[in-house]
Ligand binder design. Structure first.
Ligand code: GDD
Ligand code: MN
Length: 411
């Protein structure tokens, strides 16, 4: 019998050095990681203890951490067959990491949990039992269910989390006590029904799942206490807050209009106002001649738009340093061409006897679409894998610095 069929039938599994426990997993634990080297070995140890007697596997999804998390996971995987590492190059994002980890496994039940020991792995068997016994689509480990807690969270963060939870209710009708939880279990069938509609943006995979499912998901909750982070640092920053708002907007508009385009358009509208205000100032205030005043106003508006788009629309690909300058120049050039297209289309329609406002509107629309499409490719293109890794290294440095502080405090 060839090795594949013997694996499938399990007959020669002992000869192949696979213990019977490592048959097809019933439960996959998907663990997104970014610079969690110090946590993963301990986490595997704890999972081994918590899931004893179950058929399970763990998929670590690592975004090319600079601290060597993926290498360590592979080292562990060489010793323990149910541990795997999915290393992504040039990619970032907690939600998309979870989605790809889930897709890399065939287990009928999938748990998603953090790799930093803040999620209580001893709750997993109970979550699986509940899902199976009650036939539930999802079981959420909740910090707000009776018996759960935020642990020693500071008031400020608790308040922000509370506000985010309220906002989340706009897109999720289910009465989840903790829609922001990053610790939950989902039945594969339920995930597969929703997966093509997931936005995959940012941090909030559970919220995304509930908002994207074509049918209401049946769910249960188990309480847990959010643990303290002992090693490394949190990656939740202002970008996460912003990405969360983008996710909500995406779900509220039902994905009809890409959120980035919406933002780009709104900022474009602000640009028109800036243009007019600067023109008025230059003409009336400074007494500059019209052509020069309009040129100045256009430059000011374009620069403002570039900076705003860099800060908000493309926050995840924000340009800094020298790339900020080259980005600005490419933005000028592209928007300049956009203006030519705008005037061209508008004049053409106006010449064909359309009303002035229709011609103007059509010209502006062509300009905005052009500017959006081309700058998204040239000005804010996705970072190359090497650039992403450098960014990871910077986070690693910060983690290192924080560790030194903790060490010093504890010494
Ligand atoms: N692959 C990958 N890519 N993993 C990531 C990324 C990423 O871009 N960003 C963060 N992670 C990993 C971290 O390494 C960690 O294992 C887990 O995702 C959670 O990140 P933390 O930075 O520890 O998040 P947190 O503790 O501040 O936030 C937790 O609480 C939130 C509730 O307010 C998380 O559980 C969130 O999911 C949860 O919503
Ligand atoms: Mn954490």
């Amino acid at each position: 019998m060839d090795p594949v069929s013997s694996l499938l039938t399990g007959i020669h599994s002992q000869e192949l050095g696979i213990s019977p426990r490592q048959g097809p997993a019933e439960l996959a634990v998907v663990i997104p990681t970014l610079n969690e080297r110090e946590n993963v070995a301990l986490l595997v140890e704890r999972l081994n203890a918590a899931l004893e007697g179950l058929l399970w596997e763990a998929v670590f999804v690592d975004d090319d951490s600079a601290d060597g998390t993926a290498e360590l996971v592979r080292e562990i995987a060489c010793r323990q067959g149910n541990i795997r590492c999915l290393q992504r190059l040039g990619r970032r994002g907690l939600s998309s990491a979870c989605i790809e980890g889930i897709l890399a496994s065939a287990a009928p039940f999938i748990a998603v949990m953090d790799g930093d020991l803040q999620h209580d792995e001893t709750r997993l068997p109970e979550m699986l039992r509940l899902a199976k016994e009650k036939g539930l689509d999802v079981v959420v480990a909740s910090r707000h269910a009776e018996g759960g807690s935020l642990g020693d969270w500071q008031k400020g963060r608790a308040r922000i989390s509370d506000l985010a939870t309220r906002l989340g209710r706009l897109v999720v009708k289910a009465s989840l006590s903790d829609p922001m939880s990053g610790f939950f279990l989902v039945r594969r069938q339920a995930f597969e029904k929703a997966m093509h509609r997931l936005s995959g943006q940012g941090f909030k995979i559970l919220l995304d799942l509930f908002a994207s499912s074509p049918q209401p998901l049946s769910f249960g909750e188990v309480p847990y206490r959010f643990g303290r982070r002992l090693y490394g640092e949190s990656k939740l920053d202002t970008l996460a807050v912003w990405e969360y708002l983008m996710l909500l907007l995406d779900k509220l508009t039902r994905g009809l209009v890409p959120v980035r385009f919406l933002l780009f358009g709104i900022i474009g509208g602000l640009g028109v106002l800036t243009n007019l205000a600067t023109l008025a100032l230059a003409l009336k205030g400074a007494g500059i001649a019209f052509p020069a005043a309009q040129a100045l106003a256009t430059l000011v508006a374009m620069t403002g738009n570039f900076l705003l788009n860099n800060l908000f629309t493309y926050r995840d690909r924000r340009l800094t340093g020298r790339r900020l300058l080259s980005g600005l120049l490419s933005f000028y050039a592209i928007c300049g061409l956009g203006a030519v297209a705008n005037v061209g289309v508008a004049s053409l329609l106006y010449g064909k006897d359309h009303s002035w406002w229709l011609a103007g509107l059509a010209g502006a629309a062509v300009g905005v679409v052009w500017n959006y499409a081309i700058t998204s490719v040239f000005t804010w293109r996705s970072p190359a894998p090497s650039a992403a890794r450098k960014e990871g290294a910077r986070q690693g440095d910060a983690a290192e610095a924080q560790r030194r502080v903790i060490d010093a405090e504890e010494a």
